[in-house]
Design a protein around this ligand. Structure first.
Ligand code: NG6
Ligand code: CA
Length: 510
């Protein structure tokens, strides 16, 4: 026995897969479509830094986010569970409460268990404060990111077309003067202040609104919702990208010796698209593409920082988007008028708010210098898989109820030979509207519970078209999902309907 034991131990150690703990930087673009980068085919402008990331890593042609709007994709990315499984996870309003229950196991929780430090910098849009209470703007804003596993946050609370324009640093609004308290609401306060509905004020705006977005004016732009006070805390839209980069660099300096997980949640290219003055006019396509060039600059800065710190060969970058593209999302920034021949959704149809491929099939790139073999991958991967993939790679086991729709596709993310992605994916729009896409192989089922689908053409005013409740497409022959082939493929059609229903009903995918 004495002799056998050391041999057994020796075998056990050689079979156990040692956990690896690379630093992780997830960069999530806002409203970026499949065709919005030069490495994904556009010739209308250049994105050299993101192209470099792709050239040095894996560029996915079936990389997805799980929803075609912001809040549900981010919710699912952090929880590893489809947002449609939980009520109240649609686009969050300015005063919305924290949508992720602090008892939920999240991606930052799991990374924390593996010994990582975690930060989120950029846009939040998942609500703040307790359910039924909402954000206490002048006090402690909790629960929030720090209650679900992040050690640090520096954020725009919702999205920048919604009030208020202030930074959240950890639990508090930065630079808030207690003598000028911040008030936020959905109805105009008794205090008189300019709004975009007033024709005189509207005439003076820096950027006019086209729909919604006509409430409180700040920095020459009217927004969704009303606010007063907090003047010393307010930022300029033009400075957001610089701020995210500055704060990220400082956090990386302070945490370079730990394994770290940085969620860089860019606000580019969401409306109002107001890039810094030095990027205004960077392209011929107007501020929408200028904001892409600005985001590309941010990515370059993060890559440079990682090089300077000497940690590039121990840092995994993931670049993704939170939903597909949209042109007029409420402001007259001439995105459509100046579009030219640019195809924001690439070869697909639909965009933000839709379950056509263009709504969720988006740029997806991984780079880990010296570890990922450069190439293009057709494997199916989704932002929702990062929770299971990154945590299991770092040696943390998921509990039965954790991350219920997240698959460990780490091999595919690393571009390993023969490694597989997921074999099916449920795509949702915003939640409340009840439209679903279900992809398996080259088959794609649409289920539109209200019998209405959002535009297939991304360059159109956002409208709904009447459609059959269920439709079936073959996306290999018909990537723009135009020809419903349900009648020709009755068995496949029934099978896809049954599978989607089973996935919804089961409350989990794994
Ligand atoms: C919509 C807004 C849109 C944008 C979106 C959220 C109107 C008419 N439309 O309701 O402008 O704010 O919500 O975008 O108000 S997301 O990318 O953050 O989900
Ligand atoms: Ca978005």
């Amino acid at each position: 026995m004495k002799r056998i034991l050391p041999l057994f131990l020796c075998l056990a150690t050689s079979f156990a897969v040692a956990a690896e703990k690379p630093n992780i930087i997830v960069i999530m673009a806002d409203d970026m479509g499949y065709g919005d980068l030069s490495c994904y085919g556009t010739t209308s402008f250049e994105t050299p830094h993101i192209d470099q990331l792709a050239a040095e890593g894996q560029r996915f042609t079936s990389g997805y986010c799980s929803a075609s709007t912001c809040t549900p994709t981010r919710w699912s990315f952090l929880t590893g569970t489809y947002a449609f499984r939980e009520k109240g996870t649609g686009i969050a309003p300015p005063n919305g409460h924290m949508t992720i229950n602090p008892d939920t196991t999240t991606l930052p929780d799991l990374m924390g268990k593996a010994g990582y430090k975690a930060a989120v910098i950029g846009k939040w849009h998942l609500g703040l404060g307790a359910k039924g209470v909402g954000p206490d703007w002048n006090g402690e804003l909790k629960p929030g990111p720090l209650e679900i596993g992040f050690d640090h946050c520096f954020l725009l609370p919702t999205t920048n077309d919604r009030v208020p324009q202030v930074y959240l640093k950890d639990h508090r609004i930065l630079n808030l003067d207690p003598k000028d308290p911040l008030w936020v609401g959905m109805k105009k306060s008794s205090e008189d202040h300019p709004t975009g509905q007033d024709p005189e004020e509207r005439a003076k705006l820096k950027m006019d609104w086209s729909h919604g977005h006509n409430s409180t004016i700040h920095n020459g732009i009217s927004r969704i919702g009303f606010y007063t006070g907090g003047h010393a805390a307010r930022f300029r839209d033009e400075d957001l990208a610089d701020k995210w980069v500055e704060q990220s660099k400082a956090w990386l300096d302070a945490n370079k010796d730990d394994p770290f997980f940085l969620f860089f949640a860019s606000h580019d290219l969401h409306v109002p698209r107001i890039p810094h003055e030095r990027f205004q006019g960077a392209t011929k396509l107007g501020y929408r593409a200028d904001a892409i060039v600005q985001l590309d600059w941010c990515v370059g800065e993060l890559m440079k920082k990682v090089d300077e710190l000497g940690i590039a060969d121990n840092t995994l970058f993931v670049f993704c988007s939170d939903n597909g593209p949209v042109m007029d999302d409420g402001y007259k920034d001439f995105a459509l008028e100046k579009l030219g021949t640019h195809d924001a959704n690439g070869p697909y149809s639909g965009g933000k708010y839709s379950v056509y491929e263009g709504g969720t099939r988006t740029p997806f790139i991984t780079r880990w210098k010296g570890r990922i073999k450069p190439g293009v991958s057709e494997e199916l991967v989704c932002t929702i898989d990062l929770a299971a993939s990154l945590s299991s790679f770092a040696g943390v086991k998921l509990g039965e109820e954790d991350c219920r729709d997240s698959f460990d596709v780490m091999g595919a993310l690393l571009g390993e030979d023969g490694a597989k992605g997921r074999d099916h994916l449920v795509q949702q729009d915003n939640g409340g509207r009840g439209n679903w896409g279900f992809r398996e192989g080259n088959w794609k089922l649409h289920r539109n519970d209200k019998g209405q689908a959002r535009n297939a053409v991304v360059a159109q005013t956002l409208t709904n078209t009447k459609v059959n409740k269920f439709r079936l497409f073959n996306i290999e022959n018909d990537p723009t999902e135009q020809k419903d082939v349900a009648a020709e493929n009755p068995e496949k059609f029934e099978e896809m309907k049954t599978k989607l229903q089973a996935l919804i009903k089961a409350g989990r995918s794994r």
